[in-house]
Write a protein that binds this ligand. Structure first.
Ligand code: NDP
Length: 495
């Protein structure tokens, strides 16, 4: 842990306010008064001016500038092992980029959008007025606890909303520090953080939000959708699933393996858009295994004790992953454990060595559930049609990756599969593009955010028709007669 971040984190940790935040877990009965205050405030000020929206975003930017290192240290402490550099690139950099893009674009996004008016309504005019929805709830998971808490919050605040955030209980230090820092920078009726466990999260989903954003597993997402439906609360569900990676025969295997290893092992596979399994041309499994093994050694010369290689978040998640491997081995699969440093203590601090799995049969949990860890099944395919059919026989994935130079094969995969997003010849990177909406489809979720798509997700685009004094709506009034028939006849011909 670098001295500076350790120092500031320890200073914050010693403060009375931080201690209070660490021990202040909300109860279900705390939620409603907080919600009511936000709801009242949102109805009292519907027209949220640009200056106030900018000010809210700038407060978050200042918070990240002043406390980014302390937040990264808190994430590291929650994981056991997770480098501040990973938090810098995957959480803080993403948030700074989002803030900068949003601050620049906000004046344009807030403008009313004029729309063309059809002949029969002219000379009236029409536009879409962009207004805040009101109160937006955000539920975040633990894997990128800063990015996945603050990115939806920033976007919702930019759209003029109030925000209540419930981060994960699995990152208690990060959640407490966030709660403390947000409370210092925002009034509770603008933006507040409530801490607690899954039961509190369930109560949170029963609040009648104007919109609820949930990032987490598909199983919990179903419960969230059900609870929100009772209030007719619209949701954005950012879920997970099994994201496939296709290695085409035309690809440079060494380069593809390095990029796949990076995408798979970032945060030790605990990334929603990590490639879950890889499809390789039949006969190239061994070559892929060798290339992947070299790539792992290059990225992580050692596993145990390597500060760049994240730990699995909790003993329960670690045991879940070990159980997936045990079941696969019992089912006849071959495991290739990649432990470049050769340390026998590879599982120290839950730093789990990467494992390639060959010959995994359908029906294994490994082949049915999202893996969310450093395990990569390698599946051979005889033809691109077979690879596409395999993907299409399963729930629609959050991400899909394709590696190669054969544009005909690439276009076939793109045209004949549906996924939340795609990166060609790399992994993960589509999430970093500010102008690409990010979200899932089917079982991997619904609704997308990032960029203007996110702003619009949290905005009511209110259609407004301004009738002109020259407009002749009265031509369609009863009593219906000859004049009416003539006009309808003209309009029918015109349409
Ligand atoms: P979970 O679904 O277990 O938890 C996600 C959040 O939901 C946590 O804050 C959790 O609180 C809360 N929660 C728990 N029970 C309920 C409930 N009944 N109602 C409402 N909320 C509840 O997911 P994980 O935290 O394990 O995160 C991993 C999953 O998230 C993976 O499936 C991954 O793919 C997905 N994910 C998706 C992303 C995307 O953008 N599409 C990004 C990152 C992850 P608590 O932790 O306090 O129990």
């Amino acid at each position: 842990m670098p001295g500076a971040s350790e120092g500031s984190y320890l200073t914050l940790q010693a403060s009375a306010a931080y201690h209070r935040a660490m021990t202040t877990l909300a109860t279900p009965s705390d939620l409603r008064p907080l919600f009511d205050a936000q709801h009242r405030a949102s109805r009292a000020q519907i027209d949220v001016p640009l200056a106030l929206r900018r000010d809210r975003l700038l407060r978050i930017r200042l918070l990240l500038d002043q406390h980014g290192a302390a937040l990264a240290a808190a994430v590291q402490a929650d994981f056991g092992v997770r480098s501040p550099q990973l938090t810098e690139i995957a959480d803080l950099f993403v948030l700074r980029t989002l803030l900068s893009h949003t601050l620049k674009s906000l004046p344009g996004w807030m403008k009313a959008q004029k729309v063309r008016t059809p002949l029969y309504l002219q000379p009236s005019s029409a536009y879409l007025q962009r207004q805040p929805l009101g109160v937006v709830g955000v539920i975040a998971p633990w894997n990128y606890p800063l990015q996945l808490s603050l990115a939806p919050a920033i976007t919702a605040l930019a759209a003029g909303n109030r925000v209540m955030l419930k981060p994960s209980e699995l990152t208690p230090r990060t959640s407490a520090l966030l709660a403390e820092l947000i409370a210092q920078s925002f009034a509770a009726d603008e933006f507040c953080v409530v801490q607690g466990d899954g039961a509190l999260a369930a109560s949170f989903t029963r609040l009648p939000f104007d919109h609820l954003v949930f990032t987490g597993s598909t199983a919990t997402g179903r419960k969230v959708a059900e609870a929100a439906a009772a209030n007719l609360t619209p949701t954005t569900l950012e879920l997970g699933g099994k994201s496939p990676c296709i290695v085409d025969a035309s690809c440079d295997l060494g380069s593809a393996a390095l990029k796949i290893a990076h995408g798979k092992l970032l945060n030790a596979g605990q990334t929603c858009i990590a490639p879950d399994y890889v499809l390789v041309p039949q006969g190239s499994e061994v070559a892929f295994g060798e290339a992947f093994s070299l790539a792992v050694a290059r990225l992580f010369p050692t596993i145990a004790g390597n500060p760049d290689y994240a730990a699995i978040i909790s003993p329960q998640h670690h045991e879940r992953l070990l159980a997936l491997l045990a079941q696969a081995e019992e089912g006849g699969a071959r495991l290739q454990v990649l432990n470049p440093g050769g340390s026998s203590a590879a599982d120290t601090a839950r730093q789990m060595a990467p494992v390639l799995v060959f010959g995994a049969k359908p029906g294994l949990k490994l082949m049915e559930e999202e893996i969310f860890g450093p395990i990569l099944p390698v599946l051979p395919y005889a033809s691109i049609d077979e690879a596409i059919a395999y993907i299409n026989a399963r729930p629609r994935p959050l991400a899909l990756y394709w590696f190669g130079t054969d544009s005909v094969a690439r276009d076939a995969v793109l045209a004949r599969t549906v996924s939340g997003g795609v990166t060609v010849n790399d992994t993960l990177m589509h999430i970093a593009h500010e102008n690409l909406p990010f979200g899932g489809v089917g079982d991997s979720g619904w609704g997308a955010y990032h960029g203007e798509a996110g702003f619009l997700r949290f905005t009511q685009q209110k259609p407004v028709l301004v009738s002109s004094k020259w407009a002749r709506g009265d031509l369609f009034y009863p009593p219906y007669g000859k004049r009416f028939d003539q006009i309808m006849g003209l309009l029918k011909r015109w349409l």
